[in-house]
Design a protein around this ligand. Structure first.
Ligand code: FE2
Ligand code: FE2
Length: 222
């Protein structure tokens, strides 16, 4: 199927500063940041260590999400957005556009958390079998991020073609999520252990807050 001649990119849907979606992103980011600061001591990242994670207060350590739980929570959000997208209709152009923006944000951030934090630790701790899974998972990320999702973003949401492409994205992501949750994550749990997964979870929370802020700012600025 050819792409619609009326196709547009997400950048065409950039939201003005007071758009409800922009405000929603900002509220979400502020809430995440407040919750994170409540969990940690007053030692903040410095100019020389701008990405240093906040140290965790010992009495609240159990409340911090480990890396696997954090990624699984992301998966649930992505699956929820995909379900809503697949139930949407050609008349719901605004809804489809908003859902697609949310999906793009969730996937782009989640992929960075995995590729920059969990996957390298998993590969380093594992052997040949983990190497194969590492490269397969990265290739699946590339298929979604560079091929399938851009196609969807360039498809007119008021056409049946859009629904067809949503179906393909949904199937690919659900397959990828299932492989991670049934193969890679259980192996990572064994290989890395509780303490390391908690440390990686803390790093992910820090990076996630930064990336959400960047995503929101880039969409508000446009
Ligand atoms: Fe993944
Ligand atoms: Fe994942």
């Amino acid at each position: 199927m050819s792409q619609s001649s009326n196709s547009c990119t997400l950048h065409d849907f950039h939201l003005p500063a007071l758009n409800p979606m922009s405000l929603m992103f900002q509220v979400f980011i502020n809430q995440s940041e407040t919750a994170r600061q409540m969990l940690h001591s007053h030692e903040r990242p410095s100019a020389s260590r701008p990405f240093a994670p906040y140290p965790i207060r010992d009495d609240l350590r159990d409340l911090t999400m480990n890396a696997i739980d954090l990624l699984k929570a992301d998966h649930e959000r992505v699956k929820g957005i995909l379900s809503q997208l697949s139930e949407s209709t050609e008349r719901g152009v605004k809804k489809r556009t908003e859902l697609l923006t949310k999906l793009e944000m969730e996937i782009s951030i989640h992929t960075r958390l995995e590729e920059e934090i969990l996957y390298p630790a998993y590969k380093k701790a594992g052997g040949k079998e983990q190497d194969v899974m590492y490269y397969e998972a990265k290739e699946e990320h590339r298929t979604v991020d560079s091929l399938v999702l851009p196609d969807l973003k360039h498809t007119d949401p008021s056409t049946p073609e859009f629904a067809g492409r949503v179906k393909v994205v949904k199937e690919l992501l659900e397959h990828h999520i299932e492989e991670e949750e049934t193969e890679m994550f259980p192996q990572a749990k064994k290989l890395l252990g509780k303490a390391e997964l908690e440390e990686l979870g803390t790093q992910m929370e820090t990076l996630k807050t930064q990336l959400k802020k960047q995503f929101s700012e880039s969409h508000m600025a446009a």
